[in-house]
Design a protein. Sequence first.
Length: 88
Amino acid sequence: MVQSVKDQVIAILAEQAVLDPSDVTVDQTLEDIGIDSMGVVESIFAIEETFDISVPFNANEPEAGEFDISSVGSIVAAVEKMVADQSS
């Protein structure tokens, strides 16, 4: 069974947070699940590798980028859009 983009992103974030994916919900923030700034960077790298995309994220200015990391759901939505854009 092929995992959805949402499930894959949640699995990546859960692994970084050392949680079971079932413990991660789209309304949580990265802080809620225990991901610090280094974990954000590692998660971004894993997302880029998994989906073969380039995430517009600057670790030095995370709020300044086009990639919204305000919640798990916003990350899922951004990755889904980038994957869809790549396919078209």
